[in-house]
Design a protein around this ligand. Sequence first.
Ligand SMILES: Cc1cc2nc3c(=O)[nH]c(=O)nc-3n(C[C@H](O)[C@H](O)[C@H](O)COP(=O)(O)OP(=O)(O)OC[C@H]3O[C@@H](n4cnc5c(N)ncnc54)[C@H](O)[C@@H]3O)c2cc1C
Length: 485
Amino acid sequence: MTKSGADHLNSLDDGRCVLIDGAQVPCVTTDPGFRNAARSVASLYDFQSAPENVERMTFAVPGTGRRVNRAWQLPTSYAELVQRREALVAWAELHHGFMGRSPDHVASTLGAMFMGQHIYAAHAGGRPNAVRDYYEYARDNDLYVTYVVIDPQGDRSKSTTQGANAGVAVAIVDEDSEGITIRGAKMLGTGAALSNELMVTTLRPLNPEDSHLAFTVVVPIGLKGLKLLSRRSYEQSATSEFDYPLSSRYDENDALIYFDDCKVPWERVFVHRDPIAQLAQWHETPAHSYQNYQSAIRLMVKLRFLLGLARRIAETNGTTAFPSVMQTLGELAADAAMIEAFVFGMEAKGQQYGPYFVPDRGLLYAAQVQAQRLYPRMVTAIRELAGGGLIMLPSSVADLVNPDIARLIWRTQHGAIGSGMDRVKLMKLAWDALGSEFGSRHLQYEMFYSGPRTTTAGMAHRTCNWSAAEAGVDAMLAGFDVPTL
Ligand SMILES: Cc1cc2nc3c(=O)[nH]c(=O)nc-3n(C[C@H](O)[C@H](O)[C@H](O)COP(=O)(O)OP(=O)(O)OC[C@H]3O[C@@H](n4cnc5c(N)ncnc54)[C@H](O)[C@@H]3O)c2cc1C
């Protein structure tokens, strides 16, 4: 049986400790701060288990034959990579790219770590059997896994162990024959409250003396001592689906995670006290690039949606024939097409990694740098196209059911196309995508989910083929000299 939405919702009722607005949430599937987003995740599993989608969205697990999402698939050829991408696109289209840490994200990380088991085996602190067994377990159960890879922001002028930073980030505080005990915090568990399990790890390089920080584990969200300190719920503050069509459905949540002396069994430990292995698992396996390739696919879908919004706003405002508006729409189309081109390019330039076929890393890092620049630019450009229409809106759906107020609204809301209702719905949707608290968080997400710009540009710098770039310069320089007199 393929995993269904009901299976997923049932799996979330595990006593997890989600803290919000001064209290613990009894159950995320019924709580007004989380339930709609939980249903949106569930709808992904319902989609994959619909008979007409099973082949497109799932593959048969070797051995058991159970069908699970293609996010777990390990492509061995270009054709399989594309087939997997088509499944990821179909999922992203269900939320229009607004759920950044959907289950296919960390499934990609885990699949790529599995591909790179030999990297773990090459280091004293690497535990390849745990990686293999966990990947198979998570795949076979089609788990939704999220992750936290960053230390809480404190004083970035000091290291994790210096000054007021000391003792805040999660660290190994004890270990015995059964496993390790971890204590401290990590940011930011996007989607964690809606997921089954959480990977806890560190992405940045660590010093040799920081071996207590150098570990990678995966734990159930319901683990004793694991606490999710949720940010404000935009879903809960969305007054209605009509007023906030995106916030009310796709608020995947972000939480600071605190590990209050959590015991983790050895079979869940991928890296143990080894700063070199800790870093190598990201960059010597395809983990980092394969997970972010999923992000680029999701962003491609989201930008197509934003492009559609931009066009419909201009059509509604009757501005599509103005040359400056055509220029703006053309530039937006080019920005959206750039990410699409990167996705296709990463695949076309993909390489074998052992028996597996993986997307090109260099193009992935180039895509991240471009994405961080273009998303804020696109949001600003669409707001510029929209003008005051994003704000000239009824205060809430309640205005529309009061006949006296509704009469005035329908006399004043109109556009070059469609009805007054079409305009109100469109502008409410656009505001939620671009300007509401939810829309604003999305701007922050796209600017930071892959790290600050200094980090993404650093990776683009490291993976650039500088000698190929300089070869042309050398050839040119060799071709002329001071003329002999
Ligand atoms: C909405 C959202 C969702 C997220 N979801 C997740 C998630 O699911 N899992 C997860 O692990 N993480 C998540 N994150 C965290 C994300 O990975 C980090 O925000 C990102 O890596 C940047 O780290 P930081 O926020 O500590 O910013 P910092 O590293 O503190 O950077 C902030 C700014 O400080 C300056 N700066 C800092 N250091 C330097 C430097 N060395 N050189 C030059 N300038 C510097 C730059 O201006 C930089 O833009 C999420 C973040 C956001 C905003």
